[in-house]
Design a protein around this ligand. Structure first.
Ligand code: K7E
Ligand code: CUA
Ligand code: CA
Length: 644
């Protein structure tokens, strides 16, 4: 009887669900209805009464566990370190969603194997890749009105002085530029608006600092004269990715930052000594934070006041101390900071640049308006732009912000995160010894490097989440041999006290990352055929075209088959195979592998890729789809016949 009694209730529930779906469909929201897993919105307050039924994700103090099917509220773009890629994370869960290959080959997508990716990466005369190693550190995204606009992100390769651009519509690398005449290219930062044209309120330049000194040009001269080695600060055009100009400086560059008004770029310098040996680089008591007046530099370039170095055609202006002593014409300003500083970060209110001390237990706060006063001849000494220099702990490296006036600095030696109030630090520095600027401290595991908070480097800093890249994980994860992962820790900063929420192992070594609201991106999930000039737009265009020993094989894919069941070439032919995936269904990716020919790549919906190889081994080769696509995925093949 009980069963019978319950039946009407169950069918009511079914009817309720159906009618919900129908309502949604009627309102033109069928897609939303289909993906919703309950009649109640996930954030319905009543759900909280049921433990475990609601993730609380996104609420202060809430869980960061995502229920199955629940999407993260933030994107994280993480540098992939010496894996040479960029990683995309969902936050607050910390789930890795994808990796975007840039500087080094990637076997999943065929990056470094396809002709299109090789063209972006750069090849030698024989067609092989120019570089297969990289060391990515910093990633930053393009701005509009002081916030991310979802167009591009950039990432650096320190080893080979390259900067890569990521298109954030497709999450792919589309350009790589190698900077001339520099080594140890480290910090990058996009500008946030134009210094002159007020109508340009978005990123048009990316600034790049070079850490190592080299002979200029580095072609065999001055080998044993380190005192002649120099370092350059470079500006890359955000659209063309050409190097616009470079500045010859005293000392080196480390990290980079830009002002919200577009007027200044900055870099911290730990080696103002121009030392070539360890001890020399630490001999001076104070190093510098170096500011660049972007408009003046570009005026100097326009006026022809530059030289070029070696084979490079890039204009190089003189930003050395001796040539820039007169504030009213200076291109550069050297603000002194305690010895061997690390990161420099601009506060989201646009007022301050903060240099972390590294070897000094301090952070130095430099006021932007005072630096501008110096350039205008209104401030007699540039160091008067320093409005605070306060002790925060041992080994300060990088600083993030919450948009509520607090800074969060990693302390590498103390293995801590220190939360400190910038206004209170300024008051303390001005003599108010009652001003308590340290708000909170949190132990980290272990030895933190970069730190960033959600939206921290934008005007929309929201003080919600903060992540720290810990350089050592030691005992935090299951032991898996001598190589330990790094420990990315997630911290809730929405309250007065910082709360450690999660440890995530990551493969070494991400260094830097940014975290921003998911609404800022509108990624496309299907390519446009027109993005590819060589697209095979119709299966009828498929076939083999011979031009002497060069053979072009055109093919399309539509689950579960390739347009050519077989194709014939002759031994010794140079074969270029072009494959367009004509499937338009989201998530319907195919692979294409040829045994013994070292070929494997994938084509996403409406994407075209090509590979070129010499058919040097006669025989039958079953080219097959490597990416699960259909119930008949295993049958999805083409037969390459190489005639002897
Ligand atoms: Cu501190 Cu390359 Cu930004 Cu590493 S750098 S942590
Ligand atoms: Cu196509 Cu698997
Ligand atoms: Ca130094």
């Amino acid at each position: 009887m009980n069963e019978v009694a319950r039946t009407p209730l169950a069918s009511e529930a079914v009817r309720g669900r159906r009618s919900f779906l129908n309502t949604a469909a009627a309102a033109g929201l069928a897609g939303v209805g289909m993906s919703a897993c309950s009649e109640k919105p996930a954030s319905a307050p009543t759900a909280k009464a049921v433990p475990g039924a609601h993730s609380n994700a996104g609420e202060p103090g809430g869980s960061i566990h995502m229920k199955p099917g629940e999407l993260d509220t933030y994107y994280g773009l993480w540098s992939g370190g010496h894996n040479g890629d960029m990683r995309v994370l969902g936050l607050p869960s910390g789930r890795e969603i994808t990796r975007i290959p840039c500087f080094v080959p990637d076997a999943l997508v065929g990056w470094g194997l396809t002709n299109e990716s090789k063209k972006i990466m750069g090849t030698k005369a024989d067609g092989s890749l120019k570089y297969t190693v990289a060391d990515t550190h910093h990633t930053h995204a393009s701005y509009k009105d002081g916030n991310y606009d979802g167009r591009y992100a950039w990432i650096n390769d320190k080893i080979n002085s390259r900067i890569a651009r990521i298109r954030l519509d497709y999450f792919i690398c589309d350009k790589i530029t190698e900077l001339p005449n520099v080594q140890g290219f480290h910090g990058i930062f996009p500008d946030k608006r134009d210094p002159v044209d007020a109508a340009i309120n978005h990123t048009t330049r990316v600034f790049c600092g070079a850490e190592f000194h080299v002979p200029l040009p580095n072609t065999g001269g001055d080998l044993d004269k380190p005192e002649n080695y120099r370092s350059l600060f470079s500006c890359v055009d955000a659209e063309s990715m050409e190097v616009r100009w470079q500045v010859l400086i005293d000392g080196n560059c480390d990290l980079a930052a830009t002002s919200y008004d577009g007027k200044l770029a900055a870099t911290n310098q730990y080696n103002t000594e121009n030392g070539a040996r360890f001890e020399d680089m630490m001999s001076a008591e104070r190093d510098a934070c170096l500011f660049f007046d972007v408009a003046r530099i570009e005026a100097a370039v326009k006026a022809g006041k530059f030289k070029t170095i070696g084979d490079s055609k890039v204009p190089v202006v003189d930003g050395t101390r001796a040539s820039n002593a007169d504030a009213k014409t200076a291109l550069t300003a050297y603000v002194s900071v305690p010895k061997n500083p690390h990161g420099v970060n601009a506060s989201p209110d646009g007022k301050y640049f903060i240099c972390a001390g590294k070897l000094s237990p301090t952070c130095t706060v430099i006021e932007l308006s005072k630096v501008l006063d110096w350039f205008d001849g209104k401030l007699d000494k540039i160091d008067k732009a320093i409005v605070a220099e306060v002790e925060v702990g041992l080994g300060p490296l990088h600083t993030a912000f919450d948009g509520r006036g607090n800074a969060y600095t990693t302390l590498f030696l103390d293995s801590q995160l220190v939360k400190w109030n910038v206004d209170a630090a300024i008051k303390f520095h001005a003599g108010d010894k009652n001003a308590k600027y340290v708000v909170d401290r949190l132990d980290l595991q272990y030895q933190p490097g970069h730190v960033n908070a959600s939206q921290s480097e934008t005007k929309a800093a929201d003080g919600r989440w903060l992540a720290v890249g810990c350089k050592f994980s030691k005992d935090r994860f299951l032991p898996a041999g001598p190589l330990h992962p790094e420990n990315e820790q997630l911290i809730d900063i929405s309250g007065d006290k910082m709360v450690l929420m999660a440890d995530h192992p990551v493969r070494g070594e991400p260094h830097d990352f940014i975290i921003f609201k998911r609404e800022l991106l509108r990624p496309k999930q299907i390519y446009a055929l027109d993005e590819f000039p060589n697209a095979v737009k119709d299966p009828k265009e498929s076939g083999v075209v011979r031009n002497g020993r060069k053979v072009t094989v055109k093919m399309t894919s539509q689950a579960p088959s390739f347009s050519l069941r077989e194709f014939r070439v002759k031994r010794g032919d140079e074969v270029t195979l072009i494959l367009t995936n004509l499937d338009k269904v989201e998530d319907l990716t195919h692979g294409f592998a040829i045994p013994k020919y070292n070929v494997n790549f994938i084509v996403n919906p409406q994407e075209t890729k090509s590979v070129t190889f010499i058919a040097d081994k006669p025989g039958v080769y079953w080219a097959y789809c490597t990416h699960f696509c259909h119930a008949l995925h295993l049958e999805m093949r083409s037969r390459m016949i190489v005639e002897a």
